[in-house]
Structures are given as structure tokens and as C-alpha cells.
Design a protein around this ligand. Structure first.
Ligand code: BGC
Length: 586
């Protein structure tokens, strides 16, 4: 079939450019390029001991589920000993296991269960800060060597009329309020980019750098396959602690205690960060086949891309691509044009020879079905699983879980709590962290106990794994089929084109000489759309195609998988994704 370009300027890559950029030759690619990364939030995945909080044994008990789902890599949010002020992102021992989650033996059992099934395991590495209950901080407060300078300590700027110490500068915590907390014992302030219970480590101290490299080595020796590196942009701050950050303009907030109030010129993306990331890369590269992915949120695209490094200084395998979260905040942002721009933005800026990735959601941002509408869940899963690159799926998205309403009284997330009863809902991350919905039994089969740390979503009787396995068509079945399909050559090393992009419609074609050609068509709008693809297409399309997958919301007889549809009169229900196999003309 001839897919020659009618309007080549609309195609992102011609064949050769595409191959050059993504380096998709017939070659053995590293596992992290092939496999879907599945993020598990351990508190909420599966509770084996009935205490209402998920645990490692619970995750191990679902190893067969993960294998059958078709994901290839499990990324575990932190499971280390923690006072749980930020639910595990406040670590009191970087090389242990939190008793709530189990023991080191449980961890090893999980790693073996995943590896036995051909799955990889990535840990969350949280280098920017520890818990204030970490032994290093306890000793640092007492100025016990060599820990005195393990954290960022500063003299007060002065004292106010009532004799209270004034912080050295105006820097703010991501979680609201001053980033400085006074310690009587040391008569100094310490810096914390997040909670006061998360003091920032001092990366200008050589010993700290070595300690954290030892943390990586510890887990590598335990056989993990890589790391997701937390909050990397916060690693360094300006050396001169007397400097204030400028007020952002526009700041988007009139609350001077809100993190968004300032322009973070002195506390984010300091140039020294890259040399530390390179040191970690060197540690990982002493072990075969290890991956490093870094979390860089809210930055200019040029800044984000720096974390890929280059041929002479390779850094992360990739920085997470959060553009589908940052650019498309809700359904009204979701248009064909916006999807195209968002995808282009990553691919056009990505350095040559590097690999893309697509993040739809995680434990910090609302559920996909709540941000974009439950009807768009399948289309968006289709999109990220079928584009070239590594998709990242947050647990529960495969069944279309949505945000859970959490009352102020039940709110747990410190980010929500710090904004008070009036505003907590704008900031709380609890709604996307509620227990995984396994079946229709009490507490959705998440626990055999009689309570859960966050309430289970009321919709669990309809939205759960068991029900979706039994249903004829379901989000879960679509996800599993996509996970299997994306292993075909047309997807692993095929070309990509966007034949039809309009306000309402987005489409992606994946094709490769000698293999099947696929076309994913998405109706981004909230109304039904009838479209003549030929009329809009910038490539020659055949008259008809076979339906491979369709969103669960489409119940029409004419799009039952296996049906032949005419591309000149395609009808798509609101938010629908329709995956077609293009029929080659004789
Ligand atoms: C994590 C958050 C956490 C923060 C501090 C983030 O980027 O994803 O959940 O609160 O880092 O560790």
C-alpha cells in the first residue's frame, strides 16, 4: 500500500528521520525501552496482613496478575523505614524495609517472584532528603562528626521583636510555608524543600555523596534493575543562603506562603546537579543493564532534556515525560491539536538517539478518568501504549479507577493538610491514592481486615479487576490486549505518522514495510463525531479497516472488534479510541 505523503509538512518524521531520531534499527534494545513501567504505590496495592495498609507480601501475591497484565517493569514507590510524614518519601533508613510493609526477606521474595516471571524491579531512590528521624539528622542536630554538615544549616538572619529567630531567606517549601525550621539544640535553621520532617541533604559534602552512592550499590547488590530518582531538580540550592528568590510574575497566587509565589531561581535546577547524576550513572554502569529514570516536573522543556545527557556524558535513561499531565490539565485542554503539540514537544526536543516515554498519571496527580473524564480512559491508554516509547502506568489506571472524595477529617496527605479545610481539595493527593479495587468483596478485596488507611472508592462494586476480567469488554481487557499488541514489530520499531489531526480528532498510524499497519483514531470531544478520514488525511488511507479494539463506551454493532469499517464514515462516541488494522488494497 502507498502511504506516500500528501502534505509532508504535517508528518513529524519521514521514515528515515524517524529511524535516525529514535535509533530504531533491528537491534537488541534495553529492557526499559521495551517494557511498560507499572508504578505500585505499596500502601494501596494489596494488604496481606489485614492491617489496612498494603505490604510487600500483598504485592508478591499479585505477581501473577502483573505478569498477566503484560507490564514488564514494576516501580515501587518507597518501602523503606519511615515515620510516614510524607508516606514513605521521608526515609529514616535508606537501606532497610519499613516494618509496615514487611521485612527484607519479604522484599527478596518479591524480587524473586517478579524476576521468575520475567519482570524487572525498579526502586524509588529519594536522594534530596531524609527523614528528620534518620540517624544522620539526629547526629547532625547534635553536631556529631562527621554528620555536622550532612544537611543545610544556616544562621538566622536576625531576631524579631519577640526574640524569635528569622529564617536566612524567603525560600519556600513545596508543601507551603517557609523552607526553614529552627532547631533549639543547634541554634540554627535547617533547610527542607518539602516537610520539616524531610531535611535536605547537603550534596556539597563529599561524604553525603558517597553515602548515597552506597545506597545505590546496596540495592544493586540486592538485584534490583534500576531506580526512579525522586525530586531531582531540588538536589542543590545556591551556596549563598542570604539571597532571596524573586516573586514570580505572574505568580498565579496571592498567598505568599504558597510555593508558586516565588520564582525558584536559587533552589531548583542548579548546575551542580548534573555532576551528581553522572556519578550515579557511573555507579549503575558497573552493573549490567541498569536503568535510571529521573523525576523532573514543571520545568522548561530544554531543562528537562538536559537530564538525558549526551554521548560523552550520559545521564538518565530518560527524564519522565510529564507533558500529558502538565499541558493537558482537563478535558477542555484535550483536543486533537493539543495532543499533537504535546507529543511533538517531547519528540522534537529529545536529543538524537534517546528514547521517549509517556506518563499519564502517578501518585501525585489526579486519576486519568477524573482529569479527562472516564470515557477517555481507554483512548489515552491506547495512545501511550502504542506511541513509540516507554509508557508509565500508575496502578489502577488499567481498570479506570477515578479519584475518591476524601473528607477533611479523613485527609492524610500532608500537602492537603497544610492548606486547611477550605483549600485541601485543591492540593491533597489522597484521592488518587485510595486502595486498589480487586473485587466486589468488602474493601474491594484490598484487605481482609476491617479498615483501610484511606477509604475505598464507592464505585468498587463496578470498577474492579475481577469484574473487568469477567466482562466481555472492559478497560482491563483493552489494556491487556494493548500490552500484548505493542510487542509487534509495527510498534516496537515501526514508523509513526499522524494522518488526521483536527480540533476533535487525533490519530496515530504505526506501520512498517512487510508488517501490519495500524491506525488509532481518538475522538477527544465530549460529543459523538462522524468523520471522513479521507477528507482530512495527509496520507493515502485505504477505504476500510478492521476494528481491533474500541473503548468500552462504544457499544455499536458496527464496531464490534473484527468488524470492517469504512474510513470515510467513521462514527466515534465521546472520548473514544478506535484501533484499526488498515486493510491493504489488492
Ligand atoms: C514525590 C512526592 C513526594 C516528593 C518529596 C515527589 O516528587 O513523587 O510524592 O512528596 O517527591 O519526596
Amino acid at each position: 500500500m502507498d502511504f506516500s505523503l500528501k502534505r509532508p509538512e504535517l508528518i513529524v518524521y519521514s521514515h528515515s528521520e524517524m529511524n535516525k531520531k529514535l535509533n530504531v534499527k533491528r537491534r537488541k534494545v534495553p529492557w526499559w525501552q521495551n517494557e511498560i513501567i507499572y508504578q505500585i504505590y505499596p500502601r494501596s496495592f494489596c494488604d496481606a496482613n489485614g492491617d489496612g495498609v498494603g505490604d510487600l507480601k500483598g504485592i508478591t501475591s499479585q505477581a501473577d496478575y502483573l505478569r498477566a497484565l503484560g507490564v514488564g517493569t514494576v516501580w515501587l514507590s518507597p518501602v523503606y523505614p519511615s515515620p510516614m510524614a510524607d508516606f514513605g518519601y521521608d526515609i529514616a533508613d535508606f537501606v532497610g524495609i519499613e516494618p509496615l510493609f514487611g521485612t527484607m526477606a519479604d522484599f527478596e521474595e518479591l524480587r524473586a517472584a517478579l524476576h521468575d516471571r520475567g519482570l524487572k524491579l525498579m526502586m524509588d531512590f529519594v536522594p534530596n532528603h531524609s527523614s528528620d528521624e534518620h540517624e544522620w539528622f539526629v547526629k547532625s542536630k547534635r553536631k556529631e562528626e562527621p554528620y555536622t554538615d550532612y544537611y543545610i544549616w544556616a544562621e538566622p538572619k536576625g531576631f524579631n521583636e519577640t526574640g524569635e529567630p528569622i529564617p536566612p531567606n524567603n525560600w519556600l517549601s513545596v508543601f507551603r510555608g517557609s523552607a526553614w525550621t529552627w532547631v533549639e539544640e543547634r541554634q540554627q535553621f535547617y533547610y527542607h524543600q518539602f516537610l520539616a520532617k524531610q531535611p535536605d541533604l547537603n550534596y556539597r559534602n563529599e561524604r553525603v555523596r558517597e553515602e548515597m552512592k552506597n545506597v545505590l550499590r546496596f540495592w544493586l547488590e540486592k538485584g534490583v534493575d534500576g531506580f526512579r530518582v525522586d525530586a531531582i531538580t531540588h538536589l542543590f540550592e545556591a551556596e549563598d543562603l542570604s539571597l532571596d528568590e524573586p516573586v514570580a510574575s505572574p505568580s498565579g497566587t496571592d498567598d505568599p506562603l504558597d510555593y508558586g509565589y516565588l520564582n525558584h531561581t536559587l533552589t531548583l535546577n542548579q548546575p551542580e546537579t548534573f555532576s551528581v547524576v553522572k556519578e550515579w550513572r557511573d555507579v549503575l554502569d558497573l552493573y549490567p543493564d541498569k536503568a535510571m529514570i529521573v523525576e523532573v516536573f514543571g520545568e522548561e522543556i530544554e531543562e528537562v532534556m538536559k537530564y538525558y545527557g549526551n554521548d560523552s556524558v550520559p545521564l538518565a535513561d530518560f527524564p519522565f515525560n510529564f507533558l500529558l499531565i502538565e499541558h493537558l490539565r482537563n478535558r477542555s485542554d484535550l483536543t486533537g491539536f493539543a495532543l499533537k503539540d504535546t507529543i511533538d514537544m517531547w519528540l522534537d526536543n529529545m536529543p538524537e538517539g534517546k528514547w521517549p516515554n509517556w506518563v499519564l498519571g502517578n501518585h501525585d496527580y489526579g486519576r486519568v478518568g477524573s482529569r479527562f473524564g472516564a470515557d477517555a480512559v481507554d483512548a489515552l491508554n491506547m495512545l501511550v501504549l502504542l506511541l513509540p516509547g516507554t509508557p508509565v502506568t500508575y496502578n489502577g489506571e488499567e481498570i479506570g479507577m477515578v479519584n475518591t472524595f476524601i473528607s477533611w477529617e479523613d485527609t492524610q496527605d500532608p500537602q492537603g493538610c497544610r492548606y486547611g479545610p477550605e483549600h485541601y481539595q485543591e492540593f491533597s493527593r489522597d484521592p488518587e491514592r485510595t486502595p486498589m479495587q480487586w473485587d466486589h468483596s468488602p474493601f474491594a478485596g484490598f484487605t481482609q481486615g476491617n479498615s483501610t488507611w484511606l477509604p475505598v472508592n464507592e464505585n468498587y462494586k463496578e470498577v474492579n479487576v475481577q469484574a473487568q476480567l469477567q466482562a466481555e469488554e472492559s478497560h482491563l481487557k483493552i489494556y491487556k490486549e494493548l500490552a500484548a499488541l505493542r510487542k509487534e514489530e509495527s510498534f516496537t520499531r515501526g514508523h509513526v505518522a499522524y494522518p488526521v489531526v483536527t480540533f476533535e480528532i487525533f490519530s496515530v498510524m504505526r506501520y512498517l514495510e512487510g508488517y501490519e499497519s495500524y491506525l488509532l483514531v481518538i475522538n477527544t470531544s465530549e460529543g459523538e463525531v462522524e468523520v471522513d478520514l479521507h477528507h482530512h488525511s495527509n496520507v493515502e488511507l485505504p477505504p476500510s479497516a478492521v476494528v481491533i479494539l474500541r473503548s468500552v463506551t462504544d457499544t455499536s454493532n458496527s464496531t464490534v472488534p473484527g468488524s470492517v469499517v469504512k474510513l470515510s464514515e467513521l462514527i466515534l462516541v465521546p472520548g473514544e479510541g478506535l484501533l484499526l488494522n488498515l486493510i491493504e488494497e489488492e
